[in-house]
Design a protein around this ligand. Structure first.
Ligand code: B12
Length: 277
């Protein structure tokens, strides 16, 4: 019987580690020139060859969002921790099993343009809203990756695009998706994270959205999300908190990194509007 190649062994291990989570491989050379400047950049292995992208679906079913006042991605406990634990644990086990190779995990605060890399790895198309849309789970997926120096066979050599119906751009509350280029600070999701004082227009947009953290409009109106499957990640359900009240602990929430001032300010704005009605 022929011996299994290292590639086969690593591929089998990845299936064992990620189970039902979509994952795929892209060539590091595709993103080398697109890396995002951040501290984590220094962790990229010296002879980086491949990026193993993993999607962490987070849609829990509509009953989980009843009367919610925060974005769907912030309903479960902090994905940086939950998905971070899965990807860090996987990288540690890969290092242990294949000590001749490097496996470095990243999530969100990552030098990898995660949407682009995931599409190149075959995990889905890039929507006009800039998000990765997976065939099964839609765009309701967090992304993370492991960079390795092992030359696994990559998926595709370029990203692919959505059906381009334009609905996300038409419905975008701030109009940022209708602009020539994506001006990050005009996105309502970015506005909801702003530490500095919001101007009247920003306050109005936030209040109208009813969402104290993030923005889901470009995802909710996307026809490619209509039949998104629910997440296979148990912990997302067990930790779900759809309504956040001023004074609740931000510990282990997706917005913990911002502290409690910004979310409390936003909730105050939503509440003051409700009491005026
Ligand atoms: C900064 C950031 C933000 C900023 C700016 C977003 C932006 N679009 O630039 C703000 C705060 C606004 C934001 C908001 C959100 N974010 Co954000 N964000 C990031 C972060 C940390 C970096 C993004 C970045 O700077 N990319 C680099 C620049 C160069 O990318 P870019 O300008 O978009 O360029 C892309 C296009 O050129 C495209 N592209 C290139 N070639 C081609 C070719 C084709 C054919 C096509 C179609 C596209 C394409 O690919 C490039 C790279 O992605 C990433 C994590 C990461 N490390 O990637 C998460 C990330 C993109 N965000 C994520 C999420 C969930 C969100 C929100 C949905 C959260 C919410 N509900 O409020 C919103 C969505 C808003 C929106 N429509 O973009 C997820 C997206 C998951 C997914 N399924 O795609 C990520 C990957 C975080 C994660 N680890 O899961 N985000």
């Amino acid at each position: 019987m022929s011996e299994k190649t290292t590639e086969t062994l690593i591929s089998e291990k990845l299936k064992e580690l990620f189970g039902p989570l979509p994952f795929g491989v892209s060539s590091f050379s595709l993103i080398r020139d697109r890396l995002i400047d951040c501290r984590a950049k220094s962790r990229i292995p010296e002879n980086a060859a491949r990026v193993i992208s993993v999607a962490f679906p987070y849609y829990l079913g509509k009953e989980y969002y009843v009367n919610s006042n925060i974005s769907m991605y912030a309903v479960p406990a902090d994905y940086h921790r939950i998905a971070g634990d899965i990807i860090k644990n996987a990288a540690a086990l890969l290092r242990e099993r294949f000590p001749d190779y490097q496996f470095e995990p990243f999530i969100d605060n990552s030098p990898v343009p995660e949407v682009f890399a995931a599409s190149c790895a075959g995990l889905g198309v890039i929507g006009k809203n800039g998000l990765l849309i997976n065939e099964t789970y839609g765009s309701f997926c967090f992304l993370g990756e492991i960079i390795t120096d092992f030359p696994l066979t990559p998926g595709r050599d370029a990203p692919t695009s959505c059906i381009d119906c334009g609905e996300c751009a038409r419905q975008c509350p701030s109009g940022v998706l209708r602009g020539e280029c994506f001006e990050k600070d005009k996105c309502l999701s970015d506005i909801s994270q702003k530490k500095s004082e919001l101007d009247e227009n920003e306050k109005e947009m936030l209040v109208d959205s009813g969402c104290a953290w993030g923005c889901d409009v470009c995802q909710k109106v996307c026809p490619m999300n209509e039949h998104a499957a629910v997440s296979p990640i148990r912990e997302f359900y067990d930790t779900a908190q759809p309504v956040f009240r001023a004074g609740d602990s931000v510990e282990d929430r997706a917005f913990a990194w911002r502290g409690d001032k910004v979310i409390n300010r936003n909730i105050g704005l939503l509440n003051s509007q409700n009491s005026e009605k």
